[in-house]
Structure formats: C-alpha cells, structure tokens
Design a protein around this ligand. Sequence first.
Ligand SMILES: C[S@@+](CC[C@H](N)C(=O)[O-])C[C@H]1O[C@@H](n2cnc3c(N)ncnc32)[C@H](O)[C@@H]1O
Length: 346
Amino acid sequence: MARHNPSEDTLSRKYNIIGEDVPETALFEGDALVSSLSETPRVIKSVYYYDDTGSELFERLCSENNYYLFRMERDLLTTNAKAIAGQTGPVSLIELGSGNEEKTTLLVEAYVETYGPTSYTAIDINHSILERAAENILSSTSDLNFLGIVGTYQTGLAQTKELSGRKLLVSLGSAIGNLYDEELYSLLLSARAALSPGDYFLVGIDLDKETEILEAAYNNQMAILGNLCVLQHLNWRFSGNFDIFQFRHVAFHNKSLQRVEAHLEAMQAQSINLQKLNFSFQLEKGEMIRTEIMRKVELHAFHDMFIEYGFHPVQHWTDSYKRYAVCLFQLSGQPTKFDSEAPLSG
Ligand SMILES: C[S@@+](CC[C@H](N)C(=O)[O-])C[C@H]1O[C@@H](n2cnc3c(N)ncnc32)[C@H](O)[C@@H]1O
C-alpha cells in the first residue's frame, strides 16, 4: 500500500496516517455481509459497530457504571504498565483496534519513560479514531513516533512487517473476544506471520463470570443504542432500509459457548433491501439477527489456545476478583502445526 503523501494541512502534523486511500469496499466487504446475513441465524459481524456514531457510543458505553471491562483494564494498566515495559525491554508497539487512546497512553508513557523515544503503530478500521488518538496521545507524550494504519486487523498487520527491532503487538478492550473462532485463529496466524520469534503479544481479555454481571454490562442504554446503530451503519453504507424502531435489542449470556451474544429481534415481519449490495431478504416477526459475540474465557484455556499458535505465556495480571486479565505472550521460535500455513518471518 502506498504511503500517504503529506498534503499542506498535514505538514504540521507530528504523525502519519496511511491507508486513507484504501477503498472502503476493501475494508467493509459487502460479499461477506451478504453471506453472513444469509446464514441461519443471520449474522452481522461486529466490525459494523464502528462507524463514527458507533465508535462514539462505544466510548460512552465504557463510562457506564456496569460496563466494568474498561475500568478494570485501565486499573490493571495503571498499576502494571511499567512492569510490562520491564518484561519486554524496548519495543515498537503495534496496536490492533486502537480505539479510545486512554488506556494505550498509559502503556505508551511507560515505554517512553523507561526507554525514551518509542514507535507506536495504531491499526483501526475507523480513520477518524486514528486522527483523534494521534492528537490525544501526542499531547501527553511527545517522544513518540506515531503511525496510524487505516485497515482491518489483517491488512494492517501485513503492513507492519517492515518495522525493525523487537515488537509488542497489543489488543485491548477484550476486542479479540468479538471474533468468531475462524476469525480469531486467522488473526493469530497473521500475528505469527507479522512478528518474529522473541516478539511479544499483550492481550486484554474478559474472564467468564456470573451471568448477572455479564448481562448488566451489555443491557445498559449505551449498549442498546450501539446495537441498534449497527442497522443505521448498514443503511448509510449500503443504502439499506432497516427501520431501527422495528427492532429490539436482546443480549444474553450463552453459558455453554462462554460468550455474551447481542442480537436484534425483528418486532414485525419485514422486507430488507441493501440496494448497493443488490441483496434483499425477508425477516419473520421474532427473528433474531446476531450482531456481536463477546467471549468470556477461562484463563488456562485462553493460554492453551495461544500456546497452540506458538505464543508462550510470560505473565498475566488480573484484579482481585479475577474478572479481567491482561496477558503477555512471547512468540517462540519452535515450529507449530501451522508453520506450513504461515511461516515465521524471523
Ligand atoms: C472493542 S473496541 C476496543 C477499542 C480500544 N482498544 C479499547 O480498549 O477501548 C474495538 C476497536 O477496534 C476497531 N475494529 C473493530 N474491528 C476491527 C477490524 N476487523 N479491523 C480493524 N479495526 C477494527 C474499532 O474501530 C474499535 O476502535
């Protein structure tokens, strides 16, 4: 992908954002949406939460009292960012789905304070989020070389191979918990391909817990609005005719699959048409469209999954109730059964 050419208005910026020229159709693949909406039950992938409205609603969700994830992760990073920096030594940071920069700033500051000027690459599908994150992080930490990549986790990671030196890949906000199995495995393979043995992966992940706590976190006002706004996103992006007043938010703890699921239930039978995708379908009254999954993991099983992909647990940090964890992994040079699919780069 071509590097972004600084234009007049960007010359004074202390950061660079690339990928602004990537066609949106490459980021939000309509074909994939058509096939997920044709499944039983119908599915809309969580990436559709994050247009500008959805990103703002997610940020507001993070300050809801019962949405404990944000505060717990922020507390863990406030207390342990320096220890994380101490474990890894100097690194280039690469963040997947950087979103709100508040927690990242804690991490970045720990590296700058410990090792001096640091390089930080933020990958996010939402361009405005990257602009804002750059302005805000740089206003508190100037010793930072900030590169934003507008892209998906996969396309963004593919562009980080040129970075030299030890790397720390970061995923916060339990964001990888929104990925379905095949998406998560594919992300782990892409991470292996983008990193070299000895590089690190820091992952914030929500742990399985009581249904009452989980369901409260995903049934507050901001969670409901955010879910309904997925339909608005599809309407403007694909010229759709969803009427959000004809849907009801439903989120519940699916204990056997260890995840919370968010759905939109059709309150009337209706015909949906996404003009730009040349795709129509009929929804029955009471039919549910699954819009998001939020994995709630057991720590040992989570570690085992990373080990299978060659990432060895170094250390993890949890709160006293073991509700949330920040886990540090290191990529080993040992071959795994996936090596023919994504050979290690270093
Ligand atoms: C759950 S939010 C987490 C944000 C932030 N890391 C935090 O901890 O608050 C997910 C972020 O990842 C971005 N995102 C979601 N799916 C993505 C994808 N497939 N590729 C790139 N970015 C994605 C969204 O725009 C959003 O900023």
